[in-house]
Ligand binder design. Structure first.
Ligand SMILES: Cc1cc2nc3c(=O)[nH]c(=O)nc-3n(C[C@H](O)[C@H](O)[C@H](O)COP(=O)(O)O)c2cc1C
Length: 343
């Protein structure tokens, strides 16, 4: 543990963040319920919030920074491009105990472009550098940037390195690179995660040319074996859709990627440990499906997983739905296959 960086506001020692494996920020998916669930399976994964805009934090009515303490290590991803607002939000995030603040320079949606943030900021490296500078002024926690390898016709290696160098000059030393470019017009955000081809070599090249930077790769990674291959030349891997749709992949992250020798949690134990969390949520007036929608992929690939999914989808939204819906859904999963999968 590195105790050199004590957060005076919280009086808690900040531990050096391990970026070996992270779960990508995903709007509507990586909310606090999903993150609690993910944390049960991996103690080491660095978790990212959904992107939260500075406008929501500074002017919205809800508490957009709320999280469960169990979620640490936890990074807040911010969407914005006004240095003053980003600094104000970073200060709030640090006070609330977030372990990192990440700036979104990768989202291509029209709404985000209208707000002049997300991927379109790749064309304005000086502004991103100013933002990072302002954010770094208010805190000691790491300020990182998640970006793409290019936008539109601006997709040369030089374009990427100019961006990285300019932002690094203001002190950002950790970057997560989604290894495809974004088309700012004509493709939906979903298409922009599928159509532009992945170019992992470009990210490897970046690490070779800037070995002092902490470089994580993102995009299309589906197995821990693939993750291991990326980790040979790079510092970290970030996994998005697979960690959400097939979440049990997380159960071996600590052991396979982080050198931790702890027992692998079973799927049944995950459910058992979710039950008190779900009950507490229901007791506070929360809806069952706000949690179950995130755990629907837990039995992916096992016989009976369709029954599990169907039962949850058909029942968890009903008024008064409680944990019995979850217990009943679990009965659909083939017990023998489950036992074999965990043997
Ligand atoms: C539903 C969804 C929402 C997303 N929201 C965000 C977001 O808020 N911020 C962000 O930087 N990327 C967002 N992304 C992109 C992911 O972080 C990631 O870069 C992308 O999915 C590629 O990684 P993957 O192939 O492992 O899924 C989102 C992706 C999905 C599927």
């Amino acid at each position: 543990m590195n105790l050199s960086n004590i957060d005076s506001k919280q009086d808690t020692p900040r531990v050096e963040l391990d970026r070996t494996f992270s779960i990508a920020p995903m709007l509507d998916w990586t909310d606090r319920h999903y993150r609690y669930f993910a944390r049960l399976m991996s103690a080491k994964a660095l978790l990212y919030t959904e992107m939260v805009t500075t406008g929501a934090i500074l002017h919205g009515k809800g508490d957009y920074l709320a999280y469960n303490t169990e979620e640490h290590p936890l990074a807040l991803q911010l969407g914005g491009s006004n240095p003053v607002d980003l600094a104000a939000c970073t200060k709030l995030a640090a006070e609330r105990g977030y372990d990192e603040v990440n700036l979104n320079v990768g989202c291509p949606s029209d709404r985000v472009q209208n707000g002049r943030f997300g991927a379109c900021l790749m064309a304005e490296p000086e502004l991103v550098a100013q933002c990072v500078d302002a954010m770094k002024q208010v805190t000691d926690i790491p300020i990182t940037v998640k970006t793409r390898i290019g936008i539109d016709e601006q997709d040369s290696y030089q374009f990427l390195t100019d961006f990285i160098e300019t932002v690094n000059a203001k002190g950002c030393t950790a970057f997560t690179i989604h290894a495809r470019k974004a088309w700012l017009q004509g493709l939906s955000p979903k298409e922009n995660r599928e159509i532009p081809p992945l170019d992992y070599d470009r990210v490897y090249q970046l690490k070779r040319d800037y070995p002092q930077l902490n470089i994580s790769i993102n995009g299309g990674i589906k197995t821990l074996e693939e993750a291991k291959l990326h980790l040979a030349p790079l510092d970290g891997v970030m996994v998005g859709r697979e960690a959400y749709q097939n979440p049990y992949i997380l159960a071996q992250v600590d052991q396979q990627l982080c050198g931790i020798d702890s027992p692998i949690i079973t799927r049944e134990q995950v459910i058992e440990q979710m039950l008190p969390y779900i009950e507490a949520h229901l007791a506070q007036g929360g809806r069952l499906n706000h949690i179950t929608r995130h755990i629907i992929g837990l039995f992916q690939g096992l016989p009976g997983s369709r029954g599990w999914r169907r039962h949850l989808s058909e029942n968890a939204h009903k008024p008064n739905a409680d944990i019995n819906v979850v217990l009943k859904a679990a009965e659909f999963v083939d017990a023998q296959a489950l036992a074999e999968s965990q043997a």
